[in-house]
Design a protein around this ligand. Structure first.
Ligand code: NOJ
Ligand code: MG
Length: 593
């Protein structure tokens, strides 16, 4: 089991204990974290005009790249910046508007780049600053924007700021991090950690430091001490990081782990939940270390720094919020982030029409009128091919999920290789694991290597990723069939499905600018209309393994004829709306006339 799912499984467990038998459980967060809103959405309400902004990110498709695994240019088995640059034409042809690159700053690599030792440099493993500048320039020529990862909650313990901080209790940077005495600490005994707070990656969130005889706080790995955002000097230094990259022409930032920025200054213990996690710790609710209100002050500050630059800079947040109200807060009054990632939809983790209907309605009607940001895969959780696949129809389901992701109103975010149907390939043996949580939690938690394997470009032994015989992670066996070269030639491939849908998003005004309204109440079929002026597109997703027949009444649709723009099943050039037959797991995108 993977790290995020681990914690979520905990929460799901307590949900099922408390939930009544009649409610559909969609979100893993239901009730435990304060309940969900009771929205009942009328189509009129849902159809109200959304603010018609013209900013680029409203129409963009973002593509997440793990620089280690996308393309190796120098044969060392590790991806690099020149490799990404060499694949910009591929991304352009696919229809990508922006790339978010996970951290490529100097780092000891304990958390694969999320432990940064220098925020304003490039890790030599990935190239040079000149390579980076060239990437931005070449991307610009192809109208592709570059979004950087802004790891704001913690640094590496090898960062010079932390090295200074830990050097003595009166070092000027001591208070840049969170240092506390142990409980019952004496001159000879380190005592107990200051409270029961736990690291997301297992065990206590407090680490004893012998030199100055205090504990420091780390929400993630021991090697990732948390910055103290209550210190104004930290704000200044981190704002400078934003300036540095904005001046180099980046289009914005994806802000890492943003809800973890502040901790309760009174160090209250977190409440326990039933059961234990994969690391053997008691399950806990991170009540006093997540989502403190001060987070929003920082988001406003980040926004004001990037807004000094032209080009509508974008902020995306990693914010696995408990419900839509908490997610909507991330938009502020239009003065925080434009695109908080929607983890509730990403993690429905089952093909449930009622759940998707409910969650899409909720975010469509969010109180901030913010633009939704949808994704299903990323570098932290098993890929969607496995997570939504039923073990038998995974390719078919992958196409259906592509339709869901790319025809809804919002900004979709893809993960490299998703367009090929790349699957999760976990290490077979603990000695092969790279991600430390995989070693700590083996075999329940195998870490995140499985979703970080190299991009599959062709059917050669190293999949066109590297000329080295041993890439940093092995090429999955499925690469011989699921790769760019082979799938480009097959009109029915997952790859060509993505390509068609990405192109439709640009050419169909209803998909580009239209409102979104769910229709019907079918237990198996999620159906919605995208509408812009006289243009209407109907999307039908049969989320079941049964054939389904639907009959739309004249008052439900502004037309009786459906002309498929995309269909995952063979069928006629037009369909009568009064009689639509959907094969198992079929996905249809049709113009309504
Ligand atoms: C979220 C990142 O996505 C994940 O990969 C990382 O381990 C944690 N933040 C800690 O930085
Ligand atoms: Mg923190």
């Amino acid at each position: 089991m993977h790290w995020i799912m681990n914690i979520l499984a905990t929460i799901a467990l307590s949900v099922s204990i408390g939930a009544s038998a009649t409610t559909v459980e969609c979100s893993i967060y239901d009730d435990v974290m304060g309940g969900k809103p009771q929205t009942s959405v009328s189509p009129a309400q849902a159809e109200k005009e959304q603010p018609a902004g013209s900013e680029w990110w409203r129409h963009a498709v973002i593509y997440e790249i793990d620089p280690r695994s996308f393309q190796d240019s120098d044969g060392d088995g590790v991806g690099d910046i020149k490799g990404i640059t060499s694949r910009l034409d591929y991304l352009h042809d696919l229809g990508i508007d922006a790339i978010w690159i996970t951290p490529m700053y100097p780092s000891p690599g304990i958390d694969y780049g999320y432990d940064i030792s220098d925020y304003t440099a490039i890790d030599p493993e990935y190239g040079t600053m000149a390579d980076f500048d060239n990437l931005v320039a070449e991307a610009k020529k192809r109208n592709i924007r570059v979004i950087m990862d802004y790891v704001i909650n913690h640094t590496s313990d090898q960062n010079k700021w932390f090295i200074e901080s830990r050097s003595s209790r009166d070092n000027p940077k001591r208070d840049w991090y969170i240092w506390r005495d142990g409980k019952g600490e004496t001159a000879t005994d380190k005592g107990e950690p200051p409270n029961n707070w736990q690291s997301w990656f297992g065990h206590s969130a407090w680490q004893w430091d012998e030199k100055t005889r205090q504990y420091y706080y780390h929400y993630f790995y021991v090697q990732q001490p948390d910055l103290n955002w209550r210190n104004p000097e930290v704000h200044k230094a981190m704002d400078g990081v934003l300036d540095f990259w904005m001046k180099r022409g980046v289009a914005g930032f994806r802000i890492d782990a943003v809800s973890r920025l502040y901790e309760d200054p009174n160090l209250h213990d977190d409440p326990y939940l039933p059961g234990h996690n994969a690391y053997g710790d008691r399950n806990i609710q991170h009540k006093y270390t997540d989502d403190l209100p001060e987070v929003h002050d920082v988001l406003k500050e980040v926004r004001s720094v990037v807004d000094k630059y032209p080009g509508d800079p974008v902020l995306v947040t990693e914010a696995d919020e408990p419900n839509v109200q908490a997610l909507a807060k991330m938009y502020g009054n239009g003065d925080e982030v434009q695109l908080p990632m929607d983890f509730q939809i990403a993690d429905v983790n089952k093909l449930s029409a009622p759940c998707f209907r409910e969650l899409f309605n909720e975010i469509e009607n969010n109180s901030a009128h913010g633009q939704p940001e949808y994704f299903f895969s990323n570098h932290d959780q098993p890929r969607q091919w496995d997570r939504y696949g039923d073990g038998e129809h995974n390719d078919q389901i992958a196409k259906l999920m592509a339709v869901l992701e790319l025809t809804t109103r919002g900004t979709p975010q893809m993960y490299y290789g998703e367009e090929l149907g790349m699957r999760t390939t976990d290490p077979a043996r603990v000695e092969d694991v790279h991600d430390p949580i995989g070693k700590l939690g083996w075999p329940k938690e195998k870490g995140r290597d499985g979703e970080r394997t190299p991009m599959q470009w062709d059917e050669t032994a190293e999949a066109g990723f590297t000329s080295a015989t041993k890439p940093w992670l092995p090429i999955p066996p499925s690469a011989s069939k699921y790769n760019v070269e082979a799938e480009s030639k097959d009109p029915n491939s997952i790859f060509n499905t993505y390509k068609s849908l990405l192109s439709l998003r640009k050419t169909e005004s209803a998909l580009r600018d239209g409102t979104q309204v769910s229709i019907g109440n079918d237990p198996d079929v999620f159906a919605y209309l995208r509408k812009n002026g006289d243009e209407t597109v109907l999307v039908l997703l049969n989320l079941s393994d049964r054939e389904r027949t639907l009959s739309f009444k004249p008052d439900e649709l502004p037309g009786s004829k459906l002309t498929p723009l995309y269909s995952s099943m063979p069928g006629p050039a037009s369909i009568a709306a009064a009689h639509v037959v959907l094969s198992p797991f079929a996905a249809v995108v049709a113009k309504v006339q």
